[in-house]
Design a protein around this ligand. Sequence first.
Ligand SMILES: [Zn+2]
Length: 135
Amino acid sequence: MISEPDNRTPAPTAASRQDALAAGLSCYYVHNARPARPNCERVAIVAYGNIALCATCDKVRSAVGRTNTAQRLPGAELHQLITAARALAQAEHDLARSVRQARRAGASWAHIGDALGVSRQAAQQRWSTQDQPTS
Ligand SMILES: [Zn+2]
């Protein structure tokens, strides 16, 4: 896929920070992005000291964390948030590309505004900076 310059695409630093966060929310039994236990859910939801566990591994834990109290982690919620943010970024990228294609095909800003459910002016203000230069 050819990448086009698009100022709405998230910066690489945002994606790498999301990856780092996701990696930090992994269950203790995930090694090299693969769960070492068959029913491990990968995303840690509770921590006992330095040991973070997913719900399944927490249920079957034996000695892990016996001396520590459980601390609830927002792992599942943060993973859901990362997934939603990535879907939104992809949707915005797809929307920008579709607007450019519609403009190249001759669609007016009024048509684009109608398609997006916004006014002609709102569509033009939001998308005109991404318009391809014309003759
Ligand atoms: Zn697990």
